[in-house]
Design a protein around this ligand. Sequence first.
Ligand SMILES: NC(=O)c1ccc[n+]([C@@H]2O[C@H](COP(=O)([O-])OP(=O)(O)OC[C@H]3O[C@@H](n4cnc5c(N)ncnc54)[C@H](O)[C@@H]3O)[C@@H](O)[C@H]2O)c1
Length: 460
Amino acid sequence: MVVTGAENRSRRVPLTGRRILSIRTQRPVLVTVARACTGRLHWHVCPAPVDGRFTGGPRDGGVQTHTILDSEYLFVVAREPFGQLGEIYLKDTPRYVQTSMVRVGLIGVGGIANHHKPAFERFPDRVQLGGVCDVDEAAAGEFAAAFDVDHWSDYEVFLEETDVDAVDIPLPHHLHYPVAKAALEAGKHVLVEKPFATSLAECLELVELAEERDCRLMVGQMQRFYPPYRALKEAVDRGDLGAIRHARCDALVNQEDMVPPGHWLYDGSMSGGGGIIGYSVHKLDLLRYLLGDVERVVSWEREVNDAFDDAEDYSLGLLEFESGTVADFFVTLSAGAMPYTEMFWLLGDEGAMHTLPEGTQREGYVGLPDPRINAANDPERRKTFETLTAPATDLPSENAFVNEILHFADCIESGAEPISSGRDNLGTMATIEAIYRSAANDGEATTIDDVYADAREALR
Ligand SMILES: NC(=O)c1ccc[n+]([C@@H]2O[C@H](COP(=O)([O-])OP(=O)(O)OC[C@H]3O[C@@H](n4cnc5c(N)ncnc54)[C@H](O)[C@@H]3O)[C@@H](O)[C@H]2O)c1
């Protein structure tokens, strides 16, 4: 939204949710920030981001006034997750006021795009859908019509013609690299669904390109944005579990329940692999988020069901983290006798977290069992784990996909590095590449350093 001139005198702009308002002026203007209720309100006045972060400004103020100088920016960030927090009063008449809003183009409107949709529906003042593209033109048209925006069927033409700031890429895995590359070359910020791409060399190239172009590049590791897992991250960082010695993650999936054979997910040339790159990528990334980087890997895999072509439907192995923590993982995509089940645990000196014993078969998106946590110093709690809820996180909604997309928009606005940036995700993709390499060599121990070195070599 752009407001100009006289009509803007003493304008009141309500702040809701975690909306960020940025005001750019071409001449000095007096601004008063008033905190209308109890929410925490942070505000900063600064000429430009420093190291991707905004600094300065009084914090948590009641009523504050400040003169914004020529070409300074005022950012007001409301931190409370819900509700109306405060108002910003523009006491004078800035010549140019722009509320922050990121316009995003969606490339791919298949299954998971429907889970991205609520971000655009529920937070249109933060992220606006600016165009839709899918080779299935009818599907693109239907999706676009719901938002009254244009649609395209060729992503190259779309990138040429659209004026969106950013693109969201929920496409089959082999298309992540070429489409993200084309989008970055067109100067768009990029959110790409997991997995980042199908090889570490491709991922490295995209990270370098994004940094060259000063574009935000984020990978859709939505489990980092699931409030109970964010609360778990906070508990781990506080040291509630003490030193974590062991972790485990399992995924028992019958892929035929979800998509029929013949779908691209069965074909390694499009999916880049099977259970590891398609499913375990979530928990491997979450373990890295909680425990830091992996140092080396051993693994084995099997392709049992004829429906799979160059894509493992069984894989298991061990990880050793740089911290010394050890972990084991297992995934199958042919678990015909099981409901969809994802589970994991962390075992620390001071406490434990697990999502066992029951698997879960949920409606809609599956795979986010609630973590339950105990403390070693309390014999009663040791027997009865408590479900970890997430009242304390500052995530804006209960929906992990919505939170992920709003975080992407925040980072575009502020210039900050996303929590699941492309650069961060190199560690996840290197782990996956090491798992595949170890399995190809009958379980030979494979280091992350070795796969990085080879990916860099491949890029030369
Ligand atoms: N975060 C999660 O929990 C989660 C869950 C499921 C899928 N995913 C990921 O989302 C991505 C998409 O998966 P999906 O299940 O939605 O797949 P899908 O097959 O349902 O949808 C893919 C869409 O891409 C379109 N498409 C194919 N080629 C195209 C091209 N060249 N240009 C434009 N559009 C094209 C197809 O027509 C289809 O509409 C994958 O990366 C997948 O791993 C994530």
